[in-house]
Design a protein around this ligand. Sequence first.
Ligand code: SF4
Ligand code: SF4
Length: 246
Amino acid sequence: MSPLPGILKGLVTTARTALRPSHTAEYPDVAPTLPPRSRGVIALLEENCTSCMLCARECPDWCIYIDSHKETIPATTPGGRDRQRNVLDRFAIDFSLCMYCGICIEVCPFDALHWSPQFEYAEVDIRDLLHEKDRLAGWMPTVPPPPALDDRAAEPAEVAAANKPPRAAPAGGAAGGAGAGAAGGSGPRMPRTVRPRPATARPPATPADAGVPTDAGVPTDAGAPTDAGAVADAETPKPPADGDAS
Ligand code: SF4
Ligand code: SF4
């Protein structure tokens, strides 16, 4: 069999490929265009970390190492209690073990961990991929801002708390209680008052209930509230029963 058809076929393939535009990425001369939320490396916002160890406990690879100690903060008021807080001594992630699952970032309750698209931290020795908190904190400036909220989305809790007006001090001190607060109107929010339900709102008693005399020594229905409505009924003065009226 002649080898000519095979040679021609190979030449055609070579010519066709040579005329196509190249897809080769000229890295590092040309930086690649990555998606905005790429998982390059994990950055640490050290001020937010409370050493709660949640991330280290949830990491499936056990590649987060945290050391901390407790510090006593003296009381700020006379007679107050001293408080304690955790001080972070060490926070390290071994990126030779990390599988970039993002669980540590998801579980952190204080937003101390963030994804950064930075990926240029390759090392010649795999043992050098254990990065301490200073290196992790150095990646924070490369973390992109969070995406904008959807239209008509609820205001974030942090923003709502920051925009809330400060609560004014009650006029005349604490004396006066809830009634004084409702009447004074000094604060932005008035305490809720419990209104007794009108007696006409009670469902009519069944003939069976009306026929059974109630013993004064046995707790009646008013003594055993089953729901909020029952509690309100217990506090509402009841009209005298048929037996008492006679
Ligand atoms: S990074 Fe978050 S989850 Fe981990 S110890 Fe700090 S506060 Fe806790
Ligand atoms: S991304 Fe996953 S594997 Fe890596 S440190 Fe976080 S929890 Fe562990």
